[in-house]
Design a protein around this ligand. Structure first.
Ligand code: FES
Length: 634
């Protein structure tokens, strides 16, 4: 490993590391626009200049383009390097609008940061600025080409990293243009990453445009709830409205990126028809009164039908904490059934897949990216786990062979743009033995247990695609708690009443079954059947834990307070006529806390920390720590 000195710090870095990365490894930040950890170097912006004082290379050099060599002595603060960087910023600002105070990228713009840091404040160029027309790129991305500094990050991400073909670079020299051949919605399911990756404001999130400044947002590290992969995010909210979601780096999971579903599915959190009030027999009451009513009715129900007639139903979209306390409620009441999955096939497959995963064979998204052979079976990746399709593309770009096994995986145009694949009738037709790092990605929706067992018996690493952000956690709990699926509980014919917690139960629930209570933040049809409705918080309004498809427990933090967003409040509710500390319709509690309060009313202890006993290992989990693999401890 070569040794070098950067700003008087001696260090040793792996062969192939460039000077910019080497400096980052010891906390020295060299300005950069075109270099990106996931995209590598382009040498386009020339702002990463450093001075090589001694060693095999001397003089002013671009640090992102220069592989480290033994004996290099680098200065990032040499006056010549600083002057070069100042000059580059001044050149870039010749055509860039001088409008930081009103620009909607202000506060999250790398060019703004480096311009201020470098001290460029006076414009010496008095000619005309080059200007461009912008394009309509669809409902999600706003285009503002005049802010472009030609770093090529957008085209490199869109075309090379994500395989998109409808966007790229056109023109030449001073007229270079990044866009589509003509106006139109960006077709890539990963187009939203242009917003994160652009170092200035050429691409911004149209759905949040002019709604807040960067420093106005409430934000916290979180986890995407829209499939089972558990990609890391930073949701951003203001005045109790979830305005936008950005990707958060996790090298083992999503890397630096996020799919468009994860990024732009924010509206359900803000929806006016979200359950916000507790209801007893359709009458609004306080949450405390609703919990009192549940406790009273439960006593009556149990006296009439016996505890065996009650089903407690959790869900793969509820946090681990909520599902744990659902089991506690079952234990306390001696309920006849504890369910985490609504249908038996879903439950069987998730439980089987999870029981076959262990620390050695479970594959992360990074394992897929590093694989040299990927077999995809039984799933529509772009529909069920889009970021896994992006991971397969990275493996394919690095030379991996990709096999689509069986007939359950659609090979549509969108997928063909991501990677080339070969078809195989069955897994036995895939040359797994010839690969060093083979991974099988297997869905759990179609042919049942046989494919799951066949995949597990192959000796390759496994990535099962489950349904729901916490399906892995529910499958683990099903085994530990002896849960059955809701459809099985119904077949037994004993169930006469249900307490449902963020559960998607069938809309044709038999009329003889009472929905004693339903807690949810989504307006599901089940709430219309519920005698008592409890409003609970969505994932951005609470701290909690999801376990992703790989068995990685990840903590998400509260981003905003629950309650009606100020935007859209009725004149009766806003502005408040009486001083109040709480937010209008802000009574929602996390499901686990709602359960804790109910347990206390029913004579159990009050839980302040649901992750106890064998789950205590997760109680100190940090949202920014990368997660804890339960396959290591299960
Ligand atoms: Fe080195 Fe752009 S970051 S040239």
């Amino acid at each position: 490993m070569p040794k070098l000195i950067i700003d008087n710090i001696e260090l040793e870095v792996p062969e192939g590391t460039n000077v910019l990365e080497a400096a980052r490894s010891v906390g020295i930040v060299i300005p950069h626009f075109c270099w990106h950890p996931a995209l590598g170097k382009a040498g386009a912006c020339r702002v990463c200049a450093v001075k090589l004082l001694e060693g095999p290379v001397k003089g002013l050099q671009m640090s992102c383009m220069l592989p480290v060599q033994d004996g290099m002595v680098v200065s990032t603060t040499d006056e010549e390097a600083l002057a070069m960087r100042r000059a580059v910023i001044e050149w870039l600002m010749i055509n860039h609008p001088h409008d930081c105070p009103v620009c909607d990228e202000g506060g999250e713009c790398q060019l703004q940061d480096y311009t201020i840091a470098g001290g460029h404040g006076i414009r010496r160029y008095d000619g005309k600025k080059r200007t461009h027309f912008n394009q309509q790129l669809g409902p999600y991305i706003e285009h503002e080409m005049n802010r472009c500094i030609q770093c090529y990050r957008c085209a490199r991400f869109y075309q090379e990293y994500a395989g998109g073909t409808d966007f790229g670079v056109m023109g030449r020299a001073g007229t270079i243009y990044f866009g589509r051949q003509q106006d139109g919605t960006l077709e890539s399911p990963f187009s939203g990453n242009l917003v994160d990756i652009c170092p200035t404001g050429v691409f911004t999130d149209k759905t949040a445009r002019f709604r807040a400044r960067y420093w106005d947002y409430d934000m916290a590290p979180s986890v995407c709830p829209h499939c089972s992969l558990g990609c890391n995010t930073v949701p951003m909210a203001r005045y109790r409205e979830l305005l936008k979601t950005t990707a958060r780096r996790n090298d083992a999971v999503n890397g630096w990126f996020l799919c468009d579903r994860g990024r732009f599915s924010n509206s359900a959190v803000n929806a006016p028809d979200r359950p916000r009030r507790a209801l007893v027999d359709s009458q609004p009451v306080s949450v405390a009164a609703a919990l009192d009513a549940i406790s009273l009715r439960l006593n009556g129900f149990l006296a009439l039908h016996g505890s065996g007639a009650l089903a407690i139903v959790g869900s793969p979209r509820m946090s681990l904490e909520g599902n744990l306390l659902a089991a506690r409620l079952r234990d306390l009441l001696g309920a006849g059934a504890l369910c985490y999955f609504s249908d038996v096939l879903h439950a069987e497959r998730a439980v089987e897949a999870v029981s076959l995963l262990n620390f050695e064979n479970s594959a992360s998204q990074e394992d897929v990216r590093q694989s040299d052979l990927v077999a995809v079976m039984e799933c529509d990746l772009l529909d069920q786990a889009p970021m896994m399709a992006l991971a397969v593309r990275q493996a394919w770009r690095n030379g991996a062979r990709v096999y689509i096994v069986g007939s359950e995986c659609p090979i549509d145009v969108a997928q063909q743009e991501l990677f080339e694949s070969e078809s195989a009738i069955s897994l036995s037709d895939v040359p797994l033995a010839s690969a060093k790092r083979p991974v099988i990605i297997c869905g759990t929706r179609h042919k049942g247990l046989l494919q799951i067992r066949t995949a597990a018996a192959s000796g390759a690493r496994l990535a099962f695609i489950l349904d729901g952000p916490n399906a892995f956690g529910c499958a683990l709990l099903s085994n530990q708690q002896g849960a059955i699926s809701f459809s099985e509980a119904l077949v037994e014919g004993k169930i006469k009443g249900v307490i449902a917690l963020e559960a998607d139960l069938p809309s044709d629930l038999p009329l003889g079954i009472r929905v004693l209570a339903a807690a949810d933040w989504l307006p599901t049809p089940l709430l219309e059947r519920a005698e008592i409705v409890l409003p609970v918080t969505s994932w951005v309004e609470m701290d909690g834990t999801y376990v992703n498809n790989e068995g990685r427990a990840q903590r998400f933090k509260q981003v905003m307070q629950p309650g009606l967003p100020i935007k859209g409040l009725t004149p009766e509710l806003h502005p408040p006529r009486v001083h109040r500390h709480d937010a209008p319709a802000g009574e929602a509690l996390p499901s686990w806390r709602m359960l804790s309060e109910l347990l206390e009313r029913l004579g159990d202890e009050r839980f302040e920390e649901p992750l106890s006993g064998r789950w205590e290992v997760l109680s100190g989990l940090q949202a920014e720590g990368g997660g804890e693999l339960l396959t290591r401890v299960k």
